[in-house]
Design a protein around this ligand. Structure first.
Ligand SMILES: [Zn+2]
Length: 309
């Protein structure tokens, strides 16, 4: 990361930070495009928002680019998913930003997971040797509109704390987001109502909040454990279980190799459905609402083609 420090030093020397912004908009950096989308919803024109991980990237493993350090150096607020989703790449970026405002524990650091509904919290002893990338419960909680609302609430509270003069503006933006989300939820629930109880398989454990909300059942995973690549013996067991339970739809995140899913599909007759785990996973998914529109439209079509349950 020495080159990153040099980039930061060079940028500072060049006076990139010396020009005062035209407005007093809060500079927000979100670790994911999902958090970024909701920060834009709530913050409106009183914030500028940059997201680090692209929606088509595996959020557990993001390349730490020097440009992120510059963004963090200038930020008023960093919003993280938390639950160790970003543990492999975010801590060094924060340290190297040399920005006291966004260090963990500071007012400009928001761990969004603190007020979320978190599933799959381990009860036994968990060690890194087990290869688990979800040691503090499932961090993919944003894929559920109820948690989307909680994310917006947490961001509203934090923005109001950092910019008290804009608190009523943020409250109004939140109320509007809440109303539109409520309308969208009715549409989404209606789309998925015919498929309640449908059985699916997913590659990674990205979807527990999503399937709980929309009434689906995950009967198995392509990964033997979160973060552990498929093994021949596990794949064989998965194929047998899918045949036994007549499972015809597999969800795959866009950053995984399709070789094993395609092999499983050939054996079971299941459809491989690449869905978007985040805003930005596809060009057309530019906000939190479009994320669910995109995924649920495709999922409902696949379940319909597979004969419902
Ligand atoms: Zn994960």
């Amino acid at each position: 990361m020495r080159s990153s420090s040099l980039v930061l030093a060079a940028a500072l020397a060049a006076g990139l930070n010396s020009a005062a912004p035209a407005s007093a908009a809060l500079k927000v950096v979100a670790t994911t495009e999902d958090l970024g989308s909701i920060a834009r919803e709530v913050g409106g024109d009183r914030v500028t928002v940059d997201a680090i991980a692209r929606g088509y990237q595996d959020p557990h493993f993001v390349e730490a680019k020097p440009s992120f350090i510059l963004k963090l150096h200038a930020a008023d607020l960093l919003i993280a998913v938390g639950r160790e989703l970003e543990i492999g790449w975010l801590p060094p970026l924060i340290t190297q930003s040399r920005n006291p405002k966004v260090q963990p524990g500071a007012a400009g650091y928001l761990d969004a997971s603190l007020t979320m509904k978190i599933l799959e919290i381990p009860t036994g002893q968990i060690t890194r040797a087990m290869g688990d990338v979800h040691p503090q419960g499932n961090p993919h909680y944003w894929l559920e509109p109820g948690n989307g609302r909680r994310m917006a609430q947490a961001i509203q509270a934090k923005l109001s704390e950092l910019s008290p003069g804009d608190a009523s503006y943020f409250a109004g933006r939140y109320a509007d987001f809440d109303r539109r989300l409520g309308e969208a939820e009715k549409r989404w629930d209606a789309m998925m109502a015919p498929y309640r109880g449908a059985k699916i398989v997913t590659y990674h454990r990205s979807w527990p909040n999503f399937v709980e909300r929309f009434g689906l059942q995950v009967i198995g995973y392509v990964e033997p454990r979160p973060g552990i690549p498929p093994s021949p013996s596990h794949t064989l067991e998965l194929i047998q279980e899918m045949k036994k339970q007549n499972v015809k739809v597999m969800l795959v995140e866009p950053y995984f190799d399709l070789k094993t899913p395609n092999a499983v599909a050939r054996e079971t007759g299941a459809t491989v459905l690449v869905l978007a785990p985040s805003v930005g996973a596809e060009k057309e998914i530019t906000d939190y609402f479009q994320l669910f529109d995109y995924d649920l439209t495709r999922l409902a079509a696949a379940l319909k083609a597979a004969g419902g349950k």
